[in-house]
Every structure is written in structure tokens, then in C-alpha cells.
Design a protein around this ligand. Sequence first.
Ligand code: ASP
Length: 446
Amino acid sequence: MIKVVKFGGSSVANAAQFAKVKNIVLSDPARQFVVASACGKESKEDHKVTDLLYLCEAHIRYGVSYEPIFAEVEAKYSKIKEDLGLALDLDKEFSMIRSQMKKGISTDYLVSRGEYLTCRLLAEYLGYDFVDAADVIAFGYDGSIDMEKTASLLQQHCNGKGIVVPGFYGAMPNGAIRVMSRGGSDVTGAVLANVLDADVYENWTDVSGFYVADPRIVANPVRIPRITYNELREMSYMGANVLHDDAVFPVKSKNIPINIRNTNEPENPGTMIMEDCSKQDQLDPPHRITGITGRKGFTVITLVKSHSSAEVGYLRKVLSVFEDYRVSIECVPITVDTFSIIVNTEAVDSCLYDIVGRLKEELKPDSLKIDERVSLVAVVGRAMKEQPGMSGKLLSEFGYNHINIKTISQTADELSVVVGVMDRDFEKAIQCIYDKFIKEERGNKG
Ligand code: ASP
């Protein structure tokens, strides 16, 4: 059994968190491959190390002293080292970074030092080997990760002992450090799981997996025990974010499950993300709805033109106007002769009136209407498929709760129904769907 285990910033924020990580790792001999982030916040007022390092870089760029900020980073690591009684020569590490900063440091190198230092300390604390991500995570010149090269480098650097690899960065073919996008340690873990053919990729964070709804909206929502990769994709796209988007692809391609776990509550089984949940679903049937999520801040542009539904190429012409302004489209609900184009309000901030002008000029609609402050609520669930009446029940719930529906869309895979409501009804919409489909079902189960 091979487990790749990744710990996020909050799991390594201080010595007490390091101790929890050690208990988790050493309690299971399969946990031989550890990835960690830079130290996260210890409290709300605290700062993430990666943010501090980006701030140092900005200070260097503007010629302002970075000393007080870098001193915060030093203090954080020195305290962890001291509290855990470790021997790593941190002064040497800090003076190396300082001398690079004086000479002109690359941003990627500087901001990667958080993960590097966390993992140096963690490796010593666990009694595992430290393997630098620069030596094993290989980027190609196009910026994508070269999986074959990564696999072979990893083989060369493993000698049968547990290893700790920093997340978030790797090296370009010329050896220069390159960082991923923010939250990229999730991707490092997924890449290692892929090249090692792991049985499971455990992603340890500060929540016990995914919840059916956002706990800031629904009080004490139930945990989702299992979710498919496709459901997860829908959920994350619509606003639920626990995992970096790019972390799914490397494991999905090899059918490796991801287990989201909570470092502060290790006995909780968390959420299992899998390609196919059908076997487990037979033993323990899921709710009809896996999750309810969504986002505020959309703009809906509705065009009405008689007989346009019969006009070949009409929709393409509408969409190409948005393409010209490089605006990505979220959803296109259509009825006879009426098209609504839903876009993120921020994306059309500076070009909405230009787009409208072009649509009027080129498409000559009978009418064109703009609705702002629209939210999209996505109801996601593999168990909704081929359930006659499911969308009807969903939509009538909005009616009972006096929530006006602006738009509705569902694709033929029946994995999600996306409903547009006004921003002011967003929270109420999520709560009422939760009450109807989760609370009521659980009540009926007794
Ligand atoms: N430390 C990086 C960040 O804050 C990467 C990570 O935590 O995954 O984005």
C-alpha cells in the first residue's frame, strides 16, 4: 500500500501542528511520501509565509527595506525549530537567502523558500529523508510538468526510506526554480501520487472534507462521505474550494482516490473523491443531492429576436462578440427565440456597454435586457440522474420559498442543475434546498 500524504499550511503552522502531522504520518506505515506547504496562519491576524515572501519580493522591487518582513519569516521557523528541538542550521539557510536577495533574487526562488524550509524541518522531525522538489519535480519549457522525467528523478532520489518533498515548486530544464499557481502543493501531491502509482492521495487540511453546503450559509451541514471527480469539478467550478483545480487531473488519469482529511480531527474519515462511487453507493446509498454550491456576482444579457431559433449561426454570432472581448461565458440558457448569456460581472466590468452596442448593431435583436446582481446556485448529484421529477421538485422548492428563478440550465449528463436567482436570494436558496433534500431525507431515515 502506497499513500502520498500532503499537509496544507495550517497543518504546519507551528510546533503543535507539526506534532499532529508526526502522529498522523507515523501511525500508518503506508504514509512514506509526504508533501507539505509553507507555514500557514496560526491565527486570523497572523500571515502565511508565502504571502510574506511575496511581500519581500515586492519590497525588493520597489527598493524598500524587506528586513522587518523577512524577520517575521525567520522568527516563525526559528520558533518551530526551537520548540521541537531540531538541529537544522537555519542561520545558514537564512543567510543564503539573504545573500541572494542582495544580489537580485528570482521571485520564484524566493517564494519557494517557505515550502523548502518547512520540509527541511519536517523531514528531520519525522526522521524521513528530505528530497528537494527542485531535484524531482521537472517542468518542461512549456510550463507543464514532465511526468516521465519526474518519475525517473524520483526513483533516483528514493532509497527505501520515507521522504518529505516540498510542495508548490519544481525546476525548469535549466535548473531554475519555478513555482506553480497559489495552492500548488496540492498539485505536487497529485503528481507524486501519479508517478508512484499510489493507492490513495491523502490531502490533509483544516476541514473534514467537503460539506453538502457552505457552513457559513447552512449551520452544521453534513459531510459528503464520497464524491466523484466529475461532481467535484462541478462543485469547485461553482465555488466550493478545498482543493487546487489542477490537482484532480494527475490522479483522475490513474484512478487514484483523493481523501480529504482534517489534521485537527484525524479520526474523521473525511471525503473520498473517486472516479466511480457506485460500489460503495450500493452499500450506503447517497443523498439524492451530493452538494449545493454557487457564486454571486453574475450579469445576464438576454436577447429576444423573433425566429432567431431557426436562424443557423445566430448563437455563434452572439458568442463571437463575447469572444472578441475575451469574456468567458458561464452558461447559455435558451428558449424559443430568447437567449440569455450569463457572464461573471467582473469580466464585463469595462466592456459591457461595448458588447451591448455590438450585439445591437450586428444581431439586431427585438429587445435586449441586462440583469445584474444575479447568483448561480448549482445543485450537484450523481444520484439525480434518471430520477423523474427531480428537477421539478427542486424548482418547486424555490416557488414555495418565494424565490424568483431567473434562469435554469441542466446538461444531458444530469449531474447538476444550475439555477439563476437574484443575489439577495442566494443564501435562502441554498438553505431551502438543503432543508428539503438533506434534512428531510435524513429525518425520514430516522
Ligand atoms: N504556499 C503556497 C501558497 O500559499 C502553496 C500552497 O500552500 O500550496 O499558495
